[in-house]
Ligand binder design. Structure first.
Ligand SMILES: *Cc1c(COP(=O)(O)O)cnc(C)c1O
Length: 359
């Protein structure tokens, strides 16, 4: 039996989630970019997504894309985070396309691409309400005209973000606004765009209900495929698996203790003043996991009777008084992860990974 703190990854469930997402989208003429940033683009997991039918990938970090290239992935890759001016040579070398909102950066991508005789695809990000990256619709035309003059780059289409900064939901209204900008820019360009990219996981719901505006032909999906959840709509996606990732952590202490600390009160290890409710003496467990691996808010115990009380850098404290199982020192506690938890756990060098159902 595996011991310690480790992430168990069910590759078959990930492949299933990939396939179901692809099929749903294909039925509405939407292509899927498989987004790999949620798990630091670990090659075994990317392979499972490819087994599930994903043919194009995207990541926010160039480091992750470089790792995939070094691991032999030749697929189409899009850089999701608008590029830094300082990385345009590498962006052109390692990726096929990037999302962009700054003319100055596109101009430099153009020089980087032209100087090595390559063509780099640009997706112009358009602001339609969530207020993260993106050109205001009224500024997009001028940028389109200027980019048409640049060698080495080609506007492959437009895109937008939803539910990222502003928590704005994708709707027929804001995605139709994106399609309208796409039409205007295509008229200026004089050719049809390859992509009108309508967001990420939070846009899947519109596709599933058949309400996606017809002009949208691409989604960039991470969370749904990985976790089967849609945080922006605060729901599980019923046709996807929610348990492809399970975090296990070994129990290192089990004791009955008072629920309120005693002695003179200062600040906790992170400079906060902790507040406690007096629930009397309760049974508690400590697991070999802490904030260095993930903030407590990133994890949820599978056992509904277990509650996370708090965590310091290396210890996580759980109330197990009402637990369904009898937890002992040396046993394992199982956690479900949210996107934040998955991001953190996959970048912790202290958490091993175990793969299940390898193809
Ligand atoms: C992270 C990211 C996505 C994927 O979002 P999910 O909610 O994980 O599907 C899509 N587009 C951009 C620009 C991103 O940064």
């Amino acid at each position: 039996m595996e011991r310690g703190t480790f992430l168990e990854v069910d590759l078959k469930k990930l492949a299933e989630n990939s396939r179901r997402t692809m099929e749903l989208c294909a039925a509405h003429h939407i292509e899927v970019l498989g987004v790999t940033k949620g798990f630091s683009a670990i090659p075994e997991i990317v392979r499972a997504m490819a087994d599930g039918g994903i043919t194009k990938f995207a990541d926010a970090r160039l480091e992750n894309i470089k790792l995939l290239r070094a691991s032999g992935f030749l697929q189409h890759m899009t850089l999701l985070r608008i590029p830094m001016l300082s990385q345009t040579d590498e962006v052109v070398f390692y990726t096929n396309a990037s999302l962009n909102s700054e003319y100055e950066v596109i101009e430099q991508l153009s020089s980087s691409a032209a100087s090595v005789g390559r063509r780099h695809d640009i997706v112009l990000m358009i602001e339609v309400g969530d207020l993260r990256e993106g050109l205001l619709p009224e500024d997009a035309r001028a940028v389109m005209r200027r980019v048409l003059e640049l060698p080495g780059v080609r506007v492959a289409g437009v895109g937008t973000n939803m539910g990222c900064y502003g928590g704005i939901l994708p709707t027929d209204r804001n995605l139709t606004a994106l399609c309208r900008v796409a039409e205007e820019l295509q008229n200026i360009a004089g050719y049809d765009f390859d992509v009108v990219s309508g967001g990420g996981t939070s846009s899947l719901m519109l596709a599933a209900s058949g309400e996606m505006p017809a002009g949208i032909n691409q989604l960039r999906v991470g969370e749904g495929i990985l976790l089967g959840t849609d945080t922006t709509h605060n729901m599980d996606i019923p046709w996807l698996n929610q348990d492809a990732f399970v975090l296990h952590s070994e129990i290192i202490e089990v004791k009955e203790k008072p629920s309120v600390p005693y002695g003179e009160t200062g600040l906790d290890a992170f400079g906060n003043t902790p507040v406690f409710e007096d629930m009397g003496v309760r049974r508690r467990a400590i697991v070999a996991l802490g904030r260095q691996d993930s903030p407590p808010a990133g994890l949820t115990p599978f056992d509904p009777g277990v509650k996370i009380l708090g965590a310091s850098s290396d210890h996580m404290i759980l109330d197990i008084e009402d637990a369904e199982r009898d937890y002992r020192v040396g046993g394992l506690m199982d956690f479900r992860l949210n996107y934040q938890g998955l991001l953190n756990i996959c970048s912790s060098k202290y958490v091993r990974r175990i793969y299940k159902n390898k193809a």
